[in-house]
Design a protein around this ligand. Structure first.
Ligand SMILES: [Zn+2]
Length: 405
């Protein structure tokens, strides 16, 4: 019982801190005596600190408890299409170091050599003791089996059934947790981003880059599906008469809304708009990128606006299917397209309204990511924190500092 109470109290302090002992007792239903004993032990172990004082309802204001942010540290890694991120943060996601490199190769061994060298550099930089780390979280592109810590299929790297967890665990001697990158973002948004502090237990997090994916949270838990493919929206056909996708099928969602799809649409139609805002920018930079298209949308370029409205339309259709399947409270959009959300969001909503029956179209809120550029690595860190704070073995871990959470 004491073990479980440890976890309950520490999690309560994390979720609601700064919080008074009386409030912890209130919310957990545990006795004041066990709150006092356990919180004292957590303070002595350095996991909890007492701060200032809270609102008094008469008499002496209560002392508040909060997690000591720098009690432990977490490593977050992201293996993304073409990019590797390494991040080290404390328990409150205060970042000590963050590194990003383009991948030099898609070969499994060489990618890991690069990642390990980045991580070693980051570890050297922060100079923490091994015992100060809780573990390593990995946000992995593609289809992931989190229970085995394996990449089942990573399209960008052409990997199938590759070890991720054991590869890092052996080298760095820390617990390693692996999860799909968009699922990591979804957890990150819940703990530190757009959904922080909100009573949201079901959400869909959509990530649009060169691929398209969704992280689904149901009843506060990531929904992975029977074969870990839940949320793999990108190559679902939404128009059988559409363009040929790089997967070989016609009219996949990605052909419309991925960055490559947007760029291709703009390029194909640029010929009809010889004197446009985009054309001028394009002739200067010489390269048609998603950043250039976003800049042009903001400057009012008609073709780029049309491309963005097209994204809104097809994303709205795809989201409608998810809305009637899952009925989420909130949808969160990740990535660069948030820069043009004032134009994109109304288009998505319009498309959802046109696709769904009016009675089914309950008001599902659309939000922008609040995690910023390193959302996958931040999500990977949150993955470890979630395991840590939900661990039944928290007391063992706190006492030994080395037990897998
Ligand atoms: Zn496809």
């Amino acid at each position: 019982m004491k073990r479980t109470n440890y976890s309950i109290i520490l999690k309560m302090i994390r979720d609601y801190g700064p919080i008074s002992r009386a409030e912890v007792a209130n919310k957990t239903g545990l006795t004041a005596a066990s709150i006092t004993n356990i919180s004292q032990e957590l303070i002595e172990k350095g996991f909890v600190v007492e701060i200032g004082s809270g609102q008094s309802s008469g008499g002496r204001p209560p002392i508040l408890l909060k997690i000591r942010s720098n009690a432990k540290y977490i490593i977050g890694l992201a293996i993304r299409p073409g990019l590797l991120d390494v991040m080290i943060s404390d328990l409150d996601l205060n970042i000590l170091v963050v590194e990003r490199e383009k991948v030099n190769h898609i070969d499994y061994e060489r990618v890991f050599q690069q990642l390990e060298s980045m991580l070693n550099k980051a570890l050297d930089e922060v100079q923490l003791k091994q015992s100060e780390y809780i573990g390593i979280g990995v946000a992995m592109h593609g289809i992931v089996d989190p229970t085995k810590g394996i990449s089942l299929f990573a399209p960008y790297y052409h990997w199938r059934n590759r070890e991720i967890k054991s590869k890092l665990q052996d080298k760095f001697n820390l617990p390693v947790f692996v999860e799909n990158d968009v699922n990591c973002m979804a957890i990150g948004e819940k703990w530190f981003g757009a959904l922080k502090g909100r009573q949201v237990n079901s959400s869909i997090t959509i990530n649009i880059e060169n691929g398209v994916g969704a992280g689904i949270i149901l009843k506060n838990t990531i929904y992975q599906g029977a074969n870990f493919i839940a949320g793999e929206l990108g190559h679902v056909v939404i128009n059988p008469e559409g363009e040929t996708c790089n997967c070989g099928k016609k009219g996949c969602l990605e052909t419309y809304i991925s960055f490559d799809g947007i760029i291709r649409y703009v390029k194909n139609n640029l010929i009809h708009q010889p004197a446009s805002i985009l054309q001028k920018k394009y002739s200067v930079s010489g390269e048609l990128t998603i950043d250039l298209i976003i800049e042009s949308v903001l400057a009012g370029d008609e073709l780029c606006l049309a491309a963005l409205k097209r994204v809104g339309k097809y994303l709205g259709i795809s989201l409608s299917h998810l809305i009637v399947t899952i009925n989420p409270m909130v949808i969160v959009l990740e990535g660069k397209l948030n820069q043009v959300k004032d134009i994109l969001f109304p288009e998505i909503k319009k498309s959802i309204n046109e696709t769904l029956l009016k009675d089914l179209n309950v008001d599902c809120e659309l939000l922008s990511s609040q995690l910023g550029e390193y959302s996958s690595a931040k999500g990977a860190i949150t993955l470890v924190l979630k395991k840590f704070f939900n661990s039944k073995n928290l007391l063992t871990f706190i006492n030994s500092g080395s037990v897998a959470v």
